[in-house]
Design a protein around this ligand. Structure first.
Ligand code: HEM
Length: 243
């Protein structure tokens, strides 16, 4: 059958009209709920400083990426519980990339003047990153991921060091150990970068909006999600030295 070419769309092909239900003039706005999304920032009239838009944009978008990261880690854990390593790896790559993205966007906060930021700080109440739903979710889902990995490793009869020494025989498990290490590292790199941003803007010897000394944030950089994976490196070096 020949297809007729026509510049006039038939009524059902009128792409300018939305077909989805919901609020918004176009399907783009309806699907993405841009009306609601773009109303989530203070209006210029409500702002105490124009940089509040920058500040809210970085925080709100970080929350979205953290939500995605935690969701991917949670589903990756479910895959591991049913012994599906490949799909788990795919999701863990995404989760680590989420952390990379929010680490990169911390650069934007350093575009604020430390003096002018003090104006914004005064309207944050007791708001503190410790109450970040996204970062809390990351902390909540990460231990289960570690347990699911260790269950598979133990089932294969391997210590972490054995897994690394015999990595070529257990390629999937090796890749998984590295994906967890990557995830752990990305969270720490974010923490380190955040600590430097905080130090650069409000100082490293002051107390935060929820009473936490910034020095304590510096200490958290030493925390790992999976310390056993990092200790294994020391053992690998020691074992190699013995041979
Ligand atoms: C001007 C920028 C920022 C400043 C001055 C700042 C300051 C602080 C301070 C002082 C703390 C310690 C807790 C307290 O408030 O007393 C903290 C913790 C935290 N902040 Fe920020 N922050 C900034 C940007 C961000 C951004 C963009 C995020 C993104 C989600 C974030 C997430 C967090 C988290 C998750 C913690 C807990 C840290 C942890 O458990 O390691 N912060 N922040």
């Amino acid at each position: 059958m020949a297809v007729e070419e026509s510049s006039e769309p038939t009524p059902e092909e009128d792409y300018s009209q939305p077909i989805l239900s919901g609020e918004g003039a176009s399907d783009y706005e309806r699907y993405l709920r841009t009306d609601a999304l773009l109303a989530l920032q203070k209006t210029p009239d409500d702002q105490v400083h124009r940089d509040e838009l920058l500040f809210q944009t970085v925080h709100q978008s970080s929350e979205l990426w953290l939500k995605l990261a935690a969701t991917e880690v949670e589903t990756a854990t479910e895959h591991l519980r049913t012994k599906e390593i490949a799909p788990a790896l795919r999701l863990l790559r995404r989760a680590s990339l989420c952390l990379q993205l929010i680490t990169a966007q911390l650069d934007m906060l350093e575009q604020m003047s430390p003096w002018e930021y003090q104006t914004i700080r005064k309207v944050l109440g007791h708001g503190s990153g410790f109450d970040s739903p996204g970062f809390r979710a990351v902390r909540r889902v990460s231990p289960d991921l570690g347990e699911a990995f260790h269950a598979l490793r133990r089932e294969a009869g391997l210590s972490i060091v054995d897994l690394y020494v015999r990595g070529r025989e257990f390629e999937d498990l090796y890749q998984l150990a590295e994906a967890l290490t990557e995830w752990d590292e990305r969270v720490t790199v974010w923490r380190f970068r955040h600590y430097k941003v905080v130090s650069r803007i409000i100082g490293d010897e002051v107390v935060g909006t929820q009473g936490t000394p910034v020095e304590l944030l510096g200490g958290l950089i030493k925390k790992s999600l999976y310390p056993e994976l990092w200790r294994a490196r020391n053992e690998i070096t020691a074992r190699s030295n013995e041979e």
